[in-house]
Design a protein around this ligand. Structure first.
Ligand code: PEP
Ligand code: MG
Length: 583
């Protein structure tokens, strides 16, 4: 058994699918001169099969995810037919008598060397598409020769060194039962996507890509962070039982979608959903969320090959608003940078990307671009109850500057006679310690606050949220985190301003109990966790939670806090413990 960082709860039992495995294993091979024609035909057949496969992927992704995500696969389909690529592979077969797989590998090596010399980052990044297409072609050739797995057509457990957010958005709607990676933390963006999709995931298992062979049977326990390769029948049947319990429990909880989110003593809580795309907003309605508390607009940009224009953004935001429960959505402006890069804004190598030119810093450096987004959001705002939220605020001056930009944008829409939502409240995310420490001054400037605990934790603890080596520090149960969050909540109460917590902490039952006692009444999380959190809220009275919060705030160590909260939640709602990661 291998142990990693538990990222997304649940049990998956399926065959391993190693990303890029097909490229790693093939030894160069030559063919006879007499076999050249047959090899060319084999290559043509693989191209035809990949085009057909991409047709199906485009159809499925556009139906289940979005048109934007599907456009990535449309581009891949064009690449399979690209004359330059095809003739290069064929010339390797004809002139060097390589088999088709080796010819593709040679082509890939040649393109990689060529692209590495291109100064333009955007063009250089296109190499990823070529690599993807060549991987698919090789996978098909291998299937034809009976050697390896096809790209997943049955649920598989993905095994990869790491998964970037831009790759993860492509998984939606695909048959992925679980995800195991070597790097990535429990609140990294790939983890957030896994949680949003309800896919069990474990990260931080070093060497896993080498340890697992394509097609191995694996069990993944996303709650404990365990991975078992080729288990015996007893182990597999024990995990099947656990898997059933988990699924039964989730099914049982979904029935509470219509119950009010009231504490035991009748205090009302607002359970909101985090949405990265339209599918999440639709799920939010199904699971009983009362609105979307965080719409991460950057996923729209991550699935695009160029900046989406105002009309496209307006249509996307409007669709989210119309799909959201009660048409209530807090739209967050672009939060790119860190590990979320789009080549068309120019990627920038930085020593510390999470502390660098990220998020609102990047947005204000491109005022025109930022204003286009603001125009689109303001216009979409007329279709529902919309708030605009700005991420990664560090100073009061930043808030003042952004407010001026919003004002200018409003005026320009007004002058142009373009309809937009009036009285749209403006809020900021508290995810940088400096903002948390100056919360009173920031509250004077805005109408609401949302605590982004994922970033707040990484910045308070100086522990990268994506680095499993420091996962033990990137920890919601740390005393420093509860103390700081309690201060922010208190300040918001004093000024009577709404405050939501929208990081992954909001979906952790043990954290929510303590936060209830600290005065939190609004939480926003991946829709999959809403039924669980509703169960937790309903199981405790605010009075009880206040006593628990007092105890938590008096403790000095992370492990004491974790033990206290684990015991409390386990004894009050034992089954709920199954729906949280162990960490
Ligand atoms: C957060 O930091 O807690 C947050 C909600 O924003 P993101 O996870 O998108 O950085
Ligand atoms: Mg954040």
């Amino acid at each position: 058994m291998k142990k990693g960082v538990p990222v997304s709860p649940g049990v998956a039992i399926a065959r391993a699918y190693r990303i890029e495995d097909t490229l790693i294993q093939h030894a160069p091979a030559h063919i006879d001169t007499t076999a050249v024609v047959a090899e060319l035909t084999r290559f043509d057949n693989a191209c035809a099969a990949v085009v057909a496969e991409l047709d199906a992927v485009v159809e499925r992704v556009s139906r289940e995810v979005s048109e934007d995500a599907a456009s990535i696969f449309r581009a891949h389909r064009l690449l399979v037919r690209d004359p330059a690529l095809v003739s290069k592979v064929k010339s390797y077969i004809q002139s060097y008598h390589f088999d088709a797989t080796t010819a593709l590998q040679e082509t890939l090596a040649e393109y990689s060397a060529l692209f590495a010399r291109i100064p333009d980052e955007y063009l250089r990044e296109r190499m990823a598409d070529i690599r993807d297409v060549i991987t698919r072609l090789i996978a098909h050739l291998n299937v034809q020769s009976g050697k390896r797995l096809a790209p997943p057509d049955e649920p598989v457990i993905l095994v990869a060194p790491e998964i970037l957010p831009s790759q993860a958005v492509m998984f939606e709607g695909l048959p992925i039962a679980g995800i195991v990676t070597e790097s990535g933390g429990s609140t990294g963006h790939a983890a957030i996507l896994a949680r949003a999709l309800g896919i069990p995931a474990v990260s931080g298992i070093r060497g896993v890509v080498q340890a697992v062979a394509n097609g191995d049977r694996v069990i993944l326990d996303g709650r404990e962070g365990h991975l078992i390769i080729n288990p015996g029948p007893e182990v597999e049947s024990a995990y099947r039982k656990l898997q059933r319990e988990y699924v039964d429990l989730r099914d049982k909880l979904i029935v509470n979608a219509d119950l009010p989110a009231h504490s035991r003593d009748g205090v009302e809580f607002a359970l909101l959903a985090n949405a990265n795309n339209l599918a999440d907003a639709t799920t939010a309605s199904r699971v009983g969320a009362v609105g979307v508390g965080l719409f991460r607009t950057e996923y729209l940009f991550l699935t695009h090959t160029s900046v989406p224009d105002e009309e496209e953004q307006y249509a996307a935001y409007r669709a989210i608003i119309e799909a959201a429960p009660n048409r209530t959505v807090t739209i967050r402006t672009l939060d790119l940078g860190g590990d979320k890069q789009v080549p068309y804004l120019g990627t920038h190598q930085e020593a510390n990307p999470f502390m660098g030119w990220r998020s609102i810093r990047l947005a204000s450096a491109y005022p025109e671009f930022f204003q286009t987004q603001l125009r689109a959001i303001l216009r979409a705002g007329q279709h529902g109850q919309v708030g605009i939220m700005f991420p990664m605020i560090s100073t009061v001056e930043e808030v003042q500057r952004i407010k001026r930009m919003v004002e200018r944008t409003r005026l320009s829409l007004l002058r142009a006679g373009i309809a937009f939502g009036e009285d749209i409240p403006l809020g900021v995310m508290i995810e940088v310690p400096s903002a948390a420490l100056c919360i009173e001054a920031i509250l004077d400037e805005v109408e609401f606050i949302s605590i982004g605990s994922n970033d707040l934790i990484q910045y308070v603890m100086a522990a990268d949220r994506d680095n499993p080596k420091v996962a033990h520090l990137c920890e919601p149960f740390a005393p420093a985190i509860f103390r700081l969050v309690a201060q922010v909540l208190h300040a918001c109460q004093q000024q009577n301003k709404p405050v939501t917590l929208c990081g992954e902490m909001a979906s952790r039952p043990r954290c929510v109990v303590a936060l209830m006692g600290m005065g939190l009444r609004r939480v926003s999380m991946s829709p999959a966790f809403i039924p669980t959190i509703k169960q937790v809220v309903r199981a405790f009275s605010v009075e009880e939670a206040e006593a628990i919060a007092d105890e938590v705030l008096a403790l000095r160590t992370t492990s004491e806090i974790r033990t206290l909260l684990t015991n409390i939640v386990q004894s009050r709602c034992p089954d709920i413990a199954l729906l949280d990661t162990i960490k």
